[in-house]
Design a protein around this ligand. Structure first.
Ligand code: ATP
Length: 307
C-alpha cells in the first residue's frame, strides 16, 4: 500500500526508572491491519500506550493519523478506538448502557444491537462490568473500542483468554472493520492471529522492531523451506546434491525419508523429480514444508512465543 502510514514511530525510547522498555523502536503502520508480535516484556504495550497518548516518549516521535497523541489529543481522540489490556472500563456501569452511551458520543456509530449479538454479549447486557467474566469484559472492551467506527483502532491482545468461538468472532469483526476501511494496530502473542488477520507484521523483541513485512514476506525471507519425500533407502545423495542448485542440501535423516533444503521453487522441484526419474525412484509423499511465522520468530529472537 502506498498511502500515508496511520502510525509512524521514529526512534521511540521509553524507560521506567532504569528499565528501558522501548529501545529505539521504528515502525510505520500502513492502512490495514498491523500486528505487533513479540514475547512477554518486549515493549508492545508500552509502544501502543504511547500511540494512544497514555505515555510520553522519553525520546523519539510518535504520529498517529499524522497527529501527536499528546499535543493533539483532543483532535485525535474522536478518530481512534482503544482497547486496553486491562479493560479500562468503569466497573459499576452496565454493559449495554456503556456501549449505547459510547455509541451516542460518535456521529456514525456501528449498530449496537448487531455488535452485542456478534460478540455474544446479549445475555449480559444488564450485568455490571465488574461482574462480567474475563472473556465478557474483553469482548465488551472490544465493542467499546470499535462502536464509534473509528478510523484506527488499537487493540492490545484482543483475544487473550478468549475461548475459540469468541476468538473467531473477534477475528471476523476485525476483518469486517477492515473491509469498512478501519485500520487496526494490534498486539498479540498468537502467531495464528497475526497470520490470519494482519496485512503487515512487526516482530518486536527487547524494545525494537527486528523484522517487518506481510506474513508471506516474513516467512519467505526467513529460514529456507524444506522439500520432503520418501523413496527406497540409500539413494546416492552426492549425485542428487550435484544436480541441485548451489546452496541446496539433501539428507536422509531416517532411512527412506529424504529432505532437500534450499530455496524450494518450481525449478528445484522439477530437478528433484527429474533426478528421481533418471534413477528409477518414485518420490512418494512429496511435500514442501513452509516455514511459519513461528519459525521466523524463533530464528530472529531465539525465543518461543508464549500465549
Ligand atoms: P506483555 O506481552 O507481557 O504485555 P509487552 O511486550 O507488552 O509485554 P510491556 O508491557 O511494554 O511489554 O513491558 C516492557 C518492559 O517494561 C517489561 O520488562 C515490563 O516489565 C516493563 N514495564 C512495563 N510497564 C512498567 C511500569 N509501569 N513500570 C516499570 N516497568 C514496566
Amino acid at each position: 500500500m502506498t498511502s500515508e502510514p496511520v502510525v509512524r514511530i521514529t526512534s521511540l525510547v521509553k524507560r521506567y526508572g532504569t528499565k528501558t522498555a522501548v529501545a529505539g523502536l521504528d515502525l510505520a503502520a500502513a492502512p490495514g491491519i498491523t500486528a505487533v508480535l513479540g514475547p512477554n516484556g518486549a515493549g508492545k504495550t508500552t509502544t501502543i500506550e504511547t500511540c494512544e497518548g497514555y505515555r510520553r516518549p522519553d525520546e523519539g516521535t510518535v504520529r498517529v493519523l499524522g497527529l501527536d497523541p499528546i499535543a493533539d489529543a483532543a483532535r485525535l481522540r474522536p478518530r481512534i478506538g482503544v482497547m486496553l489490556q486491562s479493560g479500562g472500563v468503569y466497573s459499576g456501569a452496565r454493559a449495554e448502557e456503556m456501549l449505547r452511551h459510547m455509541a451516542k458520543l460518535h456521529a456514525h456509530p456501528l449498530d449496537v444491537d448487531g455488535l452485542i449479538e456478534r460478540l455474544g454479549l446479549g445475555s449480559c447486557g444488564r450485568t455490571t462490568y465488574r461482574r462480567l467474566s474475563g472473556g465478557q469484559q474483553q469482548r465488551l472492551a472490544l465493542a467499546m473500542a470499535v462502536v464509534g467506527r473509528p478510523e484506527l483502532v488499537f487493540l492490545d491482545e484482543p483475544t487473550a483468554g478468549l475461548d475459540p468461538q469468541a476468538r473467531r468472532a473477534t477475528w471476523d469483526l476485525v476483518r469486517e472493520l477492515r473491509a469498512d476501511g478501519v485500520s487496526a494496530v494490534l498486539t498479540t502473542h498468537f502467531m495464528d492471529e497475526a497470520e490470519e488477520l494482519a496485512d503487515d507484521v512487526a516482530i518486536v523483541d527487547a524494545g525494537r522492531v527486528v523484522a517487518q513485512g506481510s506474513p508471506e514476506e516474513l516467512c519467505r525471507g526467513g529460514a529456507e523451506n524444506t522439500l520432503r519425500f520418501s523413496g527406497r533407502p540409500g539413494l546416492d545423495l552426492g549425485s542428487l546434491i550435484k544436480a541441485l542448485p548451489d546452496g541446496s542440501g539433501a539428507a536422509e535423516p531416517v532411512p527412506g525419508s529424504y529432505r532437500i533444503s534450499g530455496t524450494i521453487d518450481p525449478q528445484l522441484l522439477a530437478t528433484v523429480t527429474s533426478w528421481c526419474a533418471q534413477h528409477g525412484v518414485m518420490p512418494d509423499g512429496i511435500a514442501v514444508e513452509r516455514h511459519t511465522l513461528e519459525d521466523v520468530f524463533l530464528e530472529l529472537t531465539g525465543k518461543e512465543l508464549r500465549a
